[in-house]
Design a protein around this ligand. Sequence first.
Ligand code: DNO
Length: 360
Amino acid sequence: MKMTFRWYGEGNDSVPLKYIRQIPNCSGIMGVLDQYAAGEVWPEEVIADYVKHVNSAGLEVEVIESVNVHEDIKLGLDTRDQYIENYNQTIRNLAKHGIKVIVYNFMPVFDWLRTDLNREIEEDGSTSLYYDEKELQGMTPQELVAKTAETSGGFTLPGWEPDRLAELDKVLKQYESVDAEQLLKNYKYFLEGIIPTCEEVGIRMAVHPDDPAWPIFGIPRIAHSQEQFDRIIELVDSPANSLCLCTGSLGSSPANDIPNIIRHFAAKDRIACAHVRNVKYLGERRFREASHLSADGDLDMFEIMLALYENDFQGYIRPDHGRMIWDEQARAGYGLYDRALGIAYLNGIWESLQKMKPRQ
Ligand code: DNO
């Protein structure tokens, strides 16, 4: 496995690249160019400069996150062909500069979503991301967007880019006529349009699970269980059509057995990368994020890393959604300290596995 760290770009992240370079065993970043709206082509020269900049800090960038899919593609509108063509161009441009995996999602309207970005954890005074379905039901989507923007400390959150949300009312209305089956059909059309390009240039698409792992605001969602991912990888049967196995997103639902899901998809070689983090259940559809330590949450990190190890996982891993500790001021979920602690811990598990179960 290759250990990496999500980084938002110079001037857009509170964590400098040189700090990331100093985290033990962290060889690269999962990068973002979020100045581009969904549907726009990412220009080759901008990608080239970005990669050069990251490399000059001694880090690799082989994974890019959030090449966002335009809503017209998810809605299946006539305009989708142009956006698919643009997506193909971005894929080609990224491949030319060494990108191997693109993490994306097919969640309508919203990416990951929480009802509180800075919930205090009483036991230790740190804060973390928090979700309560009851609170969500008392809000309109517009209110949630406003609250998220007000409490994000001035940072743009992944999937909450202003352009995406500017047309919220219109887009929500358009989804009234799209159910889960239709969304899946639109997804197939998208994959048929891009996977041949990926195969040609050597890129793997890694779909991120819905987070939380159920539909919200009555909008369909189709990527939050093993059965659904089985359907997704069958839409176009190619290793280029793979998963970003996010333990915390899938793990927001106790019904998902994460180590088993890992075994299932790793055996088929459909996990291109993994986001490894922990969650703590607080009640029915109510959870908060925890430190990575197994004992602090409800996911068993040892079993998760064991499932990856036993399947000889060669992909990229990163920690995810750290708590805010030691008075750090950063983008919610994306500070340095707790995610660096997460890496140190995951490294420790991996080293134990290597020494206890050496490969022949
Ligand atoms: C959340 C991230 C996601 C992910 C996107 C990919 O913390 O893991 O925002 O990058 O869903 O499109």
